[in-house]
Design a binder for this molecule. Structure first.
Ligand code: AGP
Ligand code: GLU
Length: 608
């Protein structure tokens, strides 16, 4: 969580840093702050969104060419002005912005207090500023940061400046991402490429345990122990308009509407319709190696985990490989049974989720073959997995994941076809899947054209505070995802259940005030879901059904119906989820919620 920006160059530093923070605000928005080296050190911080920092900065001008900034997602210490970053040492000369958690902060603080250091905040971060202060005598700023970090346990991405070193910006990374932006006579630091793109396309991704010293001469990279490392310069591969709203009121709505294109992009150049299979360049596994896979474990968090659950249905049904899907946060602390025959797939939009990354590392340590399904190019999961498939959905800014989900499922479908055709799937069956996959973008467009009717349903349902989402087969994960969307952006309590499980408990909740969202498309589970719907109807629950176009029977049972085009059973989730994204969106708008930045959440969860 949290976003960091740093800058050394000739532009007006503070507006540049604040603009950069705005591009990172999706990563956290509990508080924000800037520090500028301008003879001394000027620091302005404010609790709340970046807007309140801007209000505080209004009309003030800061000379200077060097500064850092931070937008926070609090882990230690409540969101307030004092706990906002940047944090300083006792003399107010060193300023530091931190992303991550210093796990041994309590022991370090004790030591520093005993040495006479004075603390102002309740954050774990502040110890770092004091440790650097303590290490500085006789050292350069880079050396002092290096010495300080060697005492630290936990995770960090940091940016550091010092009033006594007016030409130096230091960054370091261990567990939280940091990217160097290489400009002409100017150099940037940021948590990801978003703040850099309007200034430069050339970036250097710091790897774990590396640091950078930026000065007049450019930048030099080292290990945290001080050994020089040569890094390759990469290009950011997306355009500025991709991280702007393009006329939509919210990023989430824009991203929902991008799905016909993003699903198309996920399969572009990969689908081999005639052969009924897919070509996945980044897998780097031979056909024989792929045939040797005896079991697949998918690990992920949140929405990516639900995409994984759909992957389980696809891979077991069409490739006949046993699959387990596990929350990364559970997987990493269990004693998972993995061997060479196990393929572990880590799914992550950001590629920076701490739990997913840890699960991936654990899997590698135990000798499993690992791969990533990732959106952000160059992210840590992508690089550490060493093999995988990018979903190519473009930057996803809305905290609620939408287009990444459908692209992840699309890639899982391609992987299923590829593995299936090497094992059990006939060419004809593969072709049927390929043909239908190609038709999906047009079908998603059709659902999006029905958005006004979904908005109307949201208007009518906006006052309900509890929802049940029910689905069977691959629509069960869709129920979970629909419920998660509603919870996270509309703050409405919602639970997803396999439809048949309802009678084992949740049915007790049903009365005329309880809306139940059924995913009741005409697929293998249709008849059974209709029975479950009858059970709700008999108890006078209010029913919203996601149903296949032309299904006249459903109107007898449901109060509201949202139609989706018919498709192959395998791909129903890619259509049925779209109305649920829109429903959550419009509910949130009706309830005056902050759609793109829901409370307490952050886009990349880079802490445990
Ligand atoms: C989705 O709407 C969430 N905000 C969240 O559950 C997210 O999917 C999860 O944090 C995983 O993120 P990742 O895909 O970037 O790893
Ligand atoms: N642990 C630090 C804090 O709570 C940094 C959290 C973050 O990554 O934003 O302030």
């Amino acid at each position: 969580m949290c976003g960091i920006v740093g800058y050394l160059g000739d532009k007006d530093v503070v507006p540049l840093l604040v603009r950069g923070l705005e591009r990172l605000e999706y990563r956290g928005y509990d508080s924000s702050g800037v520090a500028v080296v301008d003879g001394g050190l000027s620091i302005v911080k404010s609790v709340g969104k970046i807007k309140s920092l801007k209000d505080r900065l209004d009309g003030r001008r800061f000379p200077g060419r060097l500064g850092i900034a931070h937008t926070r997602w609090a882990t230690h210490g409540e969101p307030n002005d004092v706990n906002a970053h940047p944090h300083t040492d006792c003399k107010g000369k060193i300023a530091l912005a931190h992303n991550g958690v210093i796990e041994n902060h309590a022991a370090l603080k004790k030591l520093l207090l005993a040495e006479g250091h004075r603390f102002e905040s309740e954050t774990d971060t502040e110890v770092l500023a004091h440790l650097i202060e303590r290490s500085l005598p006789g050292r350069t700023l880079g050396e002092a940061v290096s010495a300080a970090l060697q005492l630290v346990e936990g995770t960090y991405g940091i940016a550091v400046v010092s009033a006594d070193h007016p030409g130096t910006l230091v960054g370091a990374r261990h567990g939280s991402p940091l990217v160097i932006g290489v400009g002409d006579g100017e150099t940037f630091l940021a948590s990801d490429g978003a703040p850099l793109r309007e200034h430069t396309q050339r970036v250097v991704y710091l790897d774990e345990g590396e640091m950078v010293v930026i000065d007049e001469a450019g930048y030099r990279t080292f290990t945290i122990e001080g050994e020089a490392v040569d890094k390759q310069v990469d290009e950011l591969n997306w355009d500025l308009e991709q991280i702007e709203k393009a006329g939509f009121p919210h990023f989430m709505l824009k991203e929902i509407h991008e799905q016909p294109d993003t699903v198309r992009n996920a399969m572009r150049g990969r689908l081999l319709r005639e052969e009924g299979t897919a070509k996945l360049g980044g897998l780097n596994l031979s056909d024989d190696e792929l045939r040797d896979i005896r079991r697949i474990v998918i690990t992920a968090c949140g929405t990516s985990y639900y995409a994984g659950l759909i992957g389980e249905y696809l891979l077991e049904e069409y490739a006949r490989i046993p699959v387990e899907v596990e929350y990364a946060s559970e997987f990493r602390y269990r004693n998972p049974i993995l061997d060479e025959g196990t393929l572990v797939i880590a799914i992550s939009q950001s590629g920076e989720t701490a739990d997913t990354l840890a699960a991936l590392r654990e899997a590698r340590r135990r000798g499993a073959t690992v791969m990533g399904i990732v959106n952000v190019v160059g992210s840590t999961v992508a690089r550490e997995a060493g093999r995988g498939v990018y979903i190519h959905a473009g930057p996803e800014i809305g905290v609620a994941s939408t287009k990444a989900f459908t692209s992840q499922v699309t890639v899982l479908a391609l992987l299923t076809m590829h593995l299936g055709r090497l094992r059990v799937l006939s060419q004809a069956a593969g072709r049927a899947l390929a043909t239908e996959l190609e038709a999906l973008p047009g079908k998603i467009e059709k659902i999006l054209a029905g958005a006004p009717a979904i908005k109307e349903i949201a208007v009518q349902m906006q006052h309900h505070d509890n929802f049940l989402y029910l689905g069977r087969g691959p629509n069960f994960p869709v129920a979970l995802e629909g419920a998660l969307k509603l919870k996270e952006i509309a703050y409405v309590h919602a639970e997803g259940y396999p439809a048949a499980e309802m009678k084992h408990g949740p049915i007790a909740l049903i009365d005329e005030n309880m809306p139940v969202v059924f995913i009741a498309t005409r697929d293998a589970a249709y008849e059974k879901v209709m029975t479950n719907m009858q059970e709700v109807r008999a108890r006078r629950g209010k029913i919203l059904a996601i149903a296949t176009e032309g299904d006249a029977d459903i109107h007898a049972l449901a109060d509201y119906v949202i139609p989706v085009p018919a498709t192959h059973d395998a791909f129903v989730p890619l259509l049925s989820v779209v109305p649920l994204q829109l429903l959550a969106y419009y509910m949130a708008v009706q309830r005056n919620c902050d759609v793109d930045q829901p409370r307490n959440l952050a886009k990349s969860v880079t802490v445990e």
